[in-house]
Design a protein around this ligand. Structure first.
Ligand code: IPE
Ligand code: IPE
Ligand code: MG
Length: 250
């Protein structure tokens, strides 16, 4: 069978893909295992997504790894997740580096255990000159908090006179988000069958194409990713215009 990869048009790739990697707990439960078993098996799917992205040269991939709300899960699950994140970063560091990927972290990282923060920071530092693609991990990330922080930073600049109210526009606002160096999200994928955003990149997905898959995250593979890109390329992104207007420009 032909791979979806061969059907992808290299001239129409999304610049930024974001993934809500959901369904680990259900995947484990369906096998009579504990939720943490699902988190362990999620790592292979992360590798698949990163490799697929790298193979077709999508420059930005953001992975929702741990939300600000996930801190409310049982303590042992949070501990296991933090250890897994830490271990995975150490184990995958060389691979990420050798692929030429640049690592970024977005979120309220102060809340993370020192060990996780240090390993993350190390990977961010050693990959800072890499140019083959950007891998962005959303860790302890909540979009409402990000937006509120931006509002607070901007209002304090207005208060101090560094910025006037008239100067505030979309661009200025974006410059105060964690994602200021990244393009807007073109394609958002969520696995597990849930059709919700769960406080992820609310501003950045304003015009993203959304795809919700009935696959649990540990089962996600490269072919699923390529299929999402293929489906994305078959959408007409109108950005408010009419179909006729878009066709006139060709
Ligand atoms: C996603 O899988 C992983 C994290 C949120 C950290 P879940 O753990 O949410 O799995 P389900 O949704 O309960 O199946
Ligand atoms: C969203 O999944 C967060 C991550 C995938 C990291 P959740 O499983 O936490 O989302 P809700 O709570 O079901 O909306
Ligand atoms: Mg979930």
């Amino acid at each position: 069978m032909q791979s979806f990869k061969d059907k992808i048009n290299q001239d129409q790739l999304p610049q930024h893909v974001a993934i809500i990697m959901d369904g680990n707990g259900r995947w484990a439960k369906s096998r009579g295992e504990k939720r943490t078993f699902g988190h362990k098996h999620a790592i292979k799917a992360v590798r698949e997504a990163v490799n697929a992205c790298n193979e077709i040269h999508i420059p930005y991939l953001t992975l929702y790894t741990f939300s600000s709300e996930n801190w409310n899960r049982p303590e042992d699950e949070v501990d296991t997740l933090m250890s897994l994140i830490s271990e995975t970063i150490i184990l995958e560091a060389e691979e990420i580096f050798s692929k030429g990927l640049r690592m970024h972290i977005i979120g309220d990282t102060e809340k993370l255990p020192a060990e996780v923060r240090e390993h993350m920071q190390h990977l961010v530092d050693i990959t800072k000159n890499n140019t083959k693609g950007n891998l962005i991990l959303a860790l302890s990330y909540g979009s409402q908090h990000e937006i509120l922080s931006a509002v607070k930073k901007i209002s304090s600049k207005v208060k101090s006179g560094e910025l006037t109210e008239e100067e505030i526009n979309e661009k200025v606002f974006e410059d105060h988000l964690y994602t200021k160096d990244f393009p807007p999200v073109d394609l958002l994928i969520r696995t597990s069958g849930e059709v919700r955003i769960s406080n992820f990149l609310l501003w950045q997905i304003a015009y993203a194409e959304l795809q919700f898959l009935d696959i649990l995250w540990p089962d996600f593979g490269k072919e699923d990713f390529f299929k999402c890109i293929y489906n994305y390329q078959n959408k007409e992104r109108r950005f408010g215009k009419t179909s006729e207007q878009l066709n006139e420009n060709i």
